[in-house]
Design a protein around this ligand. Structure first.
Ligand code: BDP
Length: 709
């Protein structure tokens, strides 16, 4: 068992009663019409059903316009333009599901039962088929189904930070999936399995290349390669997008400028877009990282982000393409609070972006940290389409070595209340554009993106539990108000086993795992204290020209944390007044963000009931203990799942435990230099042998020789 099949493992149903019920209910499948998407659905159903119940269903066709025939039990896969199918559902149901949703219903006449999967589109039928398979994978009854499902966000996109040479920026699961050398001729099975996995959770877009873009991806040669992938993904409802480097008119077009207001530049992009759609008729559009971390952008020509985004959007508009423009901008200036910069640059541009532009903002104002305050741009740009950017790849979460279930993180941010239009203005609502009902219509452009954690590793994600983060991202993209708990449960059942003796304890372990990592990495609202170059392991001592990690933690002889209230950087003022007031007062600031918003004296008592120093140390020690507890729980699962994955996760957890200590020891010893306080009595002195203290060399050796203390 190598994990290749992800959550699409269709294990034989061992419960005889259930298997027999499924066998009766799914002895045949009927469709009205074939199409590439319907055929993909049929293939998945036949394969899944056969694997789970050991019987290949018969496939039959129903003539268009025919009534439902109640002679046999069967599964019917049909669009709602068939009157006999439409008649089974209300007008509201049929409308509500839109262009990508589906309805699943069990109907009965006398003793004959039919399960209908109905949708307005073929892709809805494919999504519905995956839902039915999920019900079987999780051993649910099909007796009385009445399911209405539709996605709450229009664009549900994976961002691949893949370079054309096959490496993946911040990718920890092997190389890029896209083999540019053998494209367009060779369509690997893996591409199709990637598309299946995405379709099974409703992901409908993929940005194929790195945000730190190469113009090469826009050359004719690469467009033809990209077209082959786009064609392969199409039956699965996945559109491809490309990142567009702002300087492309200069680099590829040999123009003197890339100024977005220059007529020659405008023309160059128009021609390029025309060429793209010639090769890729269902091309989605561009993702752009501009005027950010050294990437070129409109700022180079004294133009605004809106000038740049709108110019590209105008070129894409005639073809239905869109622009996703990132808000990730900052300068590492001494004394400047990086958390404020995105808002400062973008907030004044609210309402200035074309209607086919979305701003793609990271969940926090800094950078995919284990925990940040939420990005104040959410809710503050009511006249702009805002799109969420999550990071599924664990750049700041122990790469593919640490078990961190991100479902909890996705849930935390999506449910955050921005208060921008009073209480209840959650980020989910902002993303769904449900805040202003008067401007909300079904065509509104809404979206969410996740930086993919997928590569050529046989199990796709490196860590077997990394798959859960891909899965959870898709489920939250489908419905931002989903629950991390039930997603974890489905994933565990589909990926491992339905045995409650495994599912219940491991679900609990998963749900706690993100907080555990926060505890041993960046407790109480600390951020960006990881090794500067790799973002792996501790580095509160990291120094870099112009700034250093101290700009993020502000530890000194008095205390620790950033004052972001009015007496400090005043970042609090970027939030709605109710929140600004809450965050300004240490007493009302959530405990898990106190060091994000306040500089706190070492001896000051905080809500834990202990002093700041003792609390900080206790969090680090607690994190390490929690990983040890995770190891123990995992050990008690021996025999409940396959040996291969059991042993692999065992090793990974052991490594995670070593590294949690690496974090604890590094951070506690480093901060102790400032606090000059002893460790609380119940905390054993961390081993110092392997640290080059007190010089705090920026790149500490990897802790292979960590002893078990
Ligand atoms: C940072 C990553 C860097 C990315 C950047 C981004 O370290 O590799 O290029 O985000 O999002 O977190 O553009």
């Amino acid at each position: 068992e190598n994990g290749y099949n992800l959550w699409l493992r269709y294990l034989p149903i061992e419960n005889v009663q259930l298997r027999q019920a499924y066998q009766r209910q799914l002895s045949s499948i009927a469709i009205y019409k074939h199409s590439p998407t319907i055929d993909a659905a049929l293939k998945e159903l036949i394969n899944g059903i056969n694997q789970m119940i050991g019987k290949v269903p018969n496939i039959s066709s129903i003539p268009g316009g025919a009534a439902i025939n109640f002679k046999t039990n069967r599964l019917v896969l049909a669009k709602l333009d068939q009157p006999a199918i439409a008649a089974q559902f209300s007008t509201v149901e049929r409308r509500q599901i839109g262009q990508e949703g589906y309805l699943i219903k069990t109907i009965r006449q006398n003793r004959v039962q039919q399960i209908l999967i109905a949708a307005n589109t073929d892709i809805g039928l494919l999504y519905g088929s995956f839902h039915l398979l999920k019900l079987m994978q999780t051993h649910q009854s099909l007796q009385a189904l009445n399911i209405q499902q539709w996605p709450r966000l229009k664009l549900r996109i994976l961002d691949h930070w893949d370079n054309l040479n096959g490496t993946v920026e911040r990718g920890y699961a092997g190389y890029s999936l896209w083999n540019w050398q053998t494209l367009p001729g060779i369509i690997q099975k893996r591409y199709i399995d990637y598309a299946r996995a995405n379709a099974s959770i409703g992901i409908n877009g993929a940005v194929l290349n790195n945000v730190n873009a190469s113009v090469k991806s826009l050359t004719r040669e690469y467009l033809i390669k990209t077209a082959a992938l786009a064609k392969a993904f199409k039956p699965y409802g996945i559109k491809v997008y490309l990142t567009a480097k702002f300087s492309a008119p200069k680099e590829l077009g040999h123009l003197k400028t890339a100024d977005p207001l220059d007529p020659a530049v405008i023309k160059w992009w128009q021609d390029k877009v025309k060429e793209i759609y010639h090769y890729i008729p269902n091309f989605g559009g561009f993702l752009v990282k501009a005027s950010s971390e050294g990437q070129p952008g409109p700022g180079d020509y004294g133009r605004t982000h809106a000038d740049g985004a709108n110019m590209m959007a105008a070129a894409l508009k005639p073809y239905g393409g869109i622009v996703m423009w990132r808000t990730f901008v900052y300068e590492n200036k001494k004394g400047a609070d990086r958390a404020k910069q995105g808002y400062e640059e973008f907030k004044p541009l609210d309402g200035k972006f074309a209607d086919n532009v979305l701003l793609q903002a990271k969940y926090g104002p800094i950078d995919f940290q284990p925990r940040e305050a939420f990005n104040p741009l959410f809710g503050a740009m009511p006249h702009t389409h805002m799109m969420m950017e999550f990071q599924i790849t664990q750049e700041y979460f122990g790469f593919a070595t640490h078990l961190v279930y991100l479902g909890s993180l996705f849930q935390e941010y999506l449910r955050k209340d921005t208060y921008q239009k009073g209480p209840g203005t959650t980020i989910a609502k902002v993303l769904e554009e449900r805040v202003n009902p008067e401007t909300a219509d079904s065509n509104r452009l809404t979206g969410i993106a996740g930086v993919a954690n997928i590569g050529t590793d046989v199990n796709w994600c490196g860590h077997p539990f990394g798959q859960a983060n891909w899965y959870a991202f898709g489920r939250f993209a489908w419905n931002p108000m989903s629950s991390a708990d039930s997603i974890a449960e489905d994933w565990l059942k589909m990926t491992f086993t339905n045995d409650p003796g495994f599912v219940n304890p491991i679900k609990k372990l998963m749900l706690g795992s993100r907080e555990v990592a926060v505890n041993y990495m960046t407790p109480l609202g600390l951020s960006h204290i990881m090794n500067f170059a790799t973002h792996y392991g501790p580095g509160p001592w990291s120094k870099f020209p112009g700034w250093d990690a101290r700009d993020y933690h502000h530890a000194d002889s008095v205390g620790i944390g950033l004052d972001r209230t009015a007496t400090g950087s005043d970042a609090v003022s970027q939030y709605a007044p109710a929140l600004a007031a809450k965050y300004s007062n240490l007493k009302t600031t959530p405990l898990n963000l106190i060091l994000w918003f306040h500089h706190i004296g070492w001896d000051q008592k905080i809500a834990t009931g202990e002093t700041m120093w003792n609390s900080l140390v206790h969090y680090y020690y607690k994190g390490v203990k929690q990983v040890a507890a995770m190891q123990q729980i995992w050990q008690s699962m021996k025999g409940k799942i396959d040996e291969d994955r059991f042993n692999y996760v065992t090793q990974l957890l052991k490594q995670q435990h070593l590294e949690a200590k690496w974090w604890r020891n590094g951070c506690v010893l480093y901060f102790q230099q400032y606090s000059k306080r002893p460790l609380p009595k119940d905390c054993k002195e961390p081993g110092k042998a392997y640290w080059n203290y007190p010089t705090f060399k920026p790149d500490l050796p990897f802790p292979y020789h960590l002893d078990d203390q």
